[in-house]
Design a binder for this molecule. Structure first.
Ligand code: MRU
Length: 345
């Protein structure tokens, strides 16, 4: 895929053992890169959505673990407990996106292999850096493949709706839901993209519109409450969304509001596509009911852009994700191809 003007969400600087992230809380007003030098800073950045989106969270956590071990001066049993503590700590940052646990498990397998082979501390450190780099590179390749498979379902000139941000910012590169849009842009498909604002944290308004604009894709912002009107008024040809966790039966957790869009898409007979790498498919989750849904701070709902919009003391419900049942999903697109209902991965 061509090199667009796409943002780099996460990168590792070997020279000073720092993880550089584009602060997604500051976008689009400010473009600020943060250099993270400690495990705590990585945890905090994931928790506060400075780095966000299921694949990007996994990549950041993998680098966070590698970065932490680079600082250790001696090996042995103590080092293993330092590794395991750091792994559990990072796993506690956010509960829903399975890519976080997938990436940490992958790092742990690399670590355990190194210990089993009695590798030196230097070799263990290098192996962790190599594994984190592989996780990041493979994610970019998976996103490119998702773009190809996703584009095979689309026609030139289509009007597409997306929810939240499943773009370059949320992955190593290209995104998942946005990957076919970037590929289509390169091949002259002239898509029109509509982006839901995605309250409470406005990932659609702040991030999706910004990164699509940067790449020269035509994009129109709507409030979440406008989806039914959009479907009634304009011919929307397809909905493309990402995923935070996909159960074995295809039930899909994604950003709060996704389920409502899927129900409306079914009503209006509009194809509803989920695009995600296989690292988002959770072998340990048979169905959607079993998924842990993160609930976040009430102030995310009572404020917009730091301005309070609700009376003090009001009760708030703030689930960060919802689960779209597999039957509402027209196809799930991974790097391996296009799957249709009933889903079997
Ligand atoms: O809370 P966020 O912003 O991390 O939620 C992100 C989403 O829900 C994305 O749609 C999902 O992680 C897929 S990103 C390729």
């Amino acid at each position: 895929m061509a090199k667009y003007n796409l943002p780099q969400s996460v990168s590792y600087e070997a020279a000073d053992n720092t993880l550089v992230i584009l602060d997604q809380q500051k976008l689009p007003q400010e473009i600020v890169y943060l250099s993270l030098t400690s495990l705590e800073e990585v945890w905090q950045s994931i928790k506060e959505l400075k780095v966000r989106g299921a694949p990007a969270i996994g990549i950041a956590a993998a680098w966070g673990l590698a970065l932490h071990i680079q600082k250790q001066a001696s090996g042995g049993v103590e080092l293993d407990s330092i590794f395991q503590l750091a792994r559990s700590y990072l796993a506690s940052s956010r509960p829903t996106a399975v890519n976080l646990f997938w990436a940490l498990d992958r790092m742990a397998r690399c670590w355990e292999l190194g210990l089993a082979q009695s590798q030196s501390l230097t070799a263990l450190k290098a192996a962790l850096l190599g594994e984190a780099a592989a996780i990041q590179e493979e994610d970019a390749a998976m996103c490119a493949a998702i773009g190809e498979h996703g584009l095979s379902l689309l026609e030139p000139g289509m009007r597409l709706l997306t929810h939240c941000n499943a773009g370059a910012l949320a992955t190593a590169r290209y995104g998942t839901a946005l990957a076919p849009i970037y590929l289509g842009q390169e091949r002259g498909y002239n898509f029109s993209v509509f982006a839901d604002e995605t309250r409470p944290l406005l990932q659609g308004a702040r991030l999706t519109t910004w990164e699509l604009q940067q790449a020269g894709v035509e994009v129109t912002l709507i409030c979440d409450s406008m989806v039914a009107r959009l479907f009634t008024q304009f011919k929307i040809d397809a909905v493309l969304v990402g995923a935070d966790r996909i159960a074995q039966n295809g039930d899909t957790a994604n950003k709060i509001g996704t389920q409502g869009v899927a129900l409306l898409a079914q009503h209006f007979k509009i194809p509803f596509y989920v695009l995600a790498p296989t690292s988002t498919v959770d072998p340990a989750t048979p169905r959607g009911e079993a998924m842990v849904i993160e609930e976040r701070d009430p102030t995310e709902v009572t404020t917009i852009g730091g301005v309070t919009v609700a009376p003090a003391g009001v009760k708030v419900y703030n689930p960060a994700f919802d689960v779209t049942s597999a039957a509402l999903i027209s196809a799930i697109i991974t790097e391996k191809g296009v799957y249709s209902y009933p889903y079997m991965f």
